[in-house]
Design a protein around this ligand. Sequence first.
Ligand code: HEC
Ligand code: HEC
Length: 348
Amino acid sequence: MGVGRWLVLACALVACRFSDRDRPQEEVAPIYRPSPSFATVDNPFEPLPQNMAGGPATELGRKLYADTIMSVDGSLTCFSCHDMRKGGTDGLPKASVASRQNGQINTGTIFNLAFNFRFNWNGQFVTLLDHVNGPLTGKNIMGMSWSELLRRVKSSDEYQRLFAKVYPDGVTIENIRHAVTAFQLSLVTPNAPFDRYLRGQTQALDAQQHEGYHLFKSLGCVSCHQGINVGGNLFAKIGVMGEYFADRQREGRGPLTEADYGRFLVTHNLLHRYVFRVPSLRNVACTAPYFHDGSLESLEEVVVAMGRYQLGRELNDAEVLALVAFLRSLTGEHEGRPLCSPDEQGHS
Ligand code: HEC
Ligand code: HEC
């Protein structure tokens, strides 16, 4: 074979690799296309799509999510820490269930992941397909290996049958990741009062929520929490305007830990210390406690902290209450019901 042939072959292989890596979201679920008609200068947001129904892989992914074969000692399912009745989280400061008492960081929600640009608090994973690796092999999480999972899934007649229905090549590691991802991408929570407002129902927000939305934009919360997920599309430091970690320690909410280094752990760039993915605020009222360290219980405390550390201002009570009221309008629906009821929202 001449050099030219080799080049063609090498390029084909490389292209194959790239397309495989870029494949994720597009092939797993319908691609979400923003609708420019919604976002305007006054309304820099747009509502979540009302239907992101997944394909047949979705049900298979849900079954894997609920199966203890995913954890090395058979003690946990993915739902053990991602409870649909707790906004897709565990409601704990740092993940610690059953045999896993060593949680380092607050459990993120599994809702509306389709609209985040990176995954995990420090943005370690670029695609949701790659992210499955994190929880599956994480020592404090499932503690599994892919080869062992493959062996277990293959040895089940039921899974063999279900995989064969969805994938021509049956049970493979790639297909397991694909099914889990398809399920995760289907978890979208439409019809929050805020989304109904964006669709033109001005009554969907009460006066205090209107005021909160106005403040959210005029104070500058929107400079970080923005886009369709009201966050989840950029990185920012916690403590832009104040010493968050020093104050936390002084207030007895915990000394500095490795997880606090945030994005630095991924890039090893000193400028990325204490930098995190700006979290999506959708359903935030259902996912207390807050921050990567799970150190604040109520939305009121969180909003005060955001004013102080991110904007350099001490917000007054009326501002805090209005902003919290607005945050409560971001609770969407799952299977036709609000993700959490108004009285359990935000623990206050
Ligand atoms: C022991 C508790 C626990 C279990 C069990 C668990 N998770 Fe998680 N999950 C976490 C924690 C903690 C985080 C936050 C990790 C981080 O951001 O560094 C998280 C975050 C996530 C996220 C959100 C990532 C983001 O960008 O916000 C997804 C998706 C997820 N887990 C999927 C899974 C899957 C799939 C399984 C089962 C294979 C699983 N989890 C099992 C604790 C758990
Ligand atoms: C400079 C960027 C920036 C600005 C401005 C900002 N935030 Fe944040 N916000 C963040 C980051 C980063 C986090 C995550 C902090 C952490 O986990 O330690 C966060 C976390 C939050 C959370 C907790 C979410 C969760 O799931 O734990 C809420 C609620 C919140 N912000 C609301 C607001 C409000 C309201 C304002 C305006 C008063 C605001 N933010 C301004 C960057 C910002």
